[in-house]
Design a protein around this ligand. Structure first.
Ligand SMILES: [Cu+2]
Length: 111
């Protein structure tokens, strides 16, 4: 038997077991910029800006969150993905010239 030396990082979870993904937004990026999920998995996003107002927008998943500027309460949003696919979240706010760099890729694989 071969030992696996790299343990996958355990996802953070809310008390009810829902997976929590904490996202920070700034000019111009999101962290994390890549998220994987399974079909039928529920994800709870908690999004905070480190500077100005942004959005976290995915037209394919009908998600459009306004992320207020630094200092505001984080934005919480929960969703369940019902299809496989490769989805891109962008920032749709007028937050500056390089906002096209601000993206999150969400890869959803079969459950
Ligand atoms: Cu932005």
């Amino acid at each position: 038997m071969t030992a696996c030396l790299v343990q996958p990082k355990e996802p953070k979870r809310l008390p009810d077991g829902t997976r929590l993904v904490e996202v920070t937004a700034w000019q111009w990026g999101f962290d994390p910029s890549f998220i994987t999920a399974r079909v039928d998995e529920t994800i709870h996003l908690r999004v905070t800006s480190l500077d100005v107002a942004h959005t976290l927008t995915c037209k394919d998943l009908n998600i459009d969150l306004l992320i207020p500027a630094k200092g505001a309460t984080p934005v919480d949003f929960e969703f369940t993905i019902q299809k496989t696919g490769d989805f891109i979240f962008v920032c749709d706010a007028p937050c500056g010239p390089a906002k096209s760099r601000q993206k999150i890729r969400l890869l959803v694989t079969p459950s």
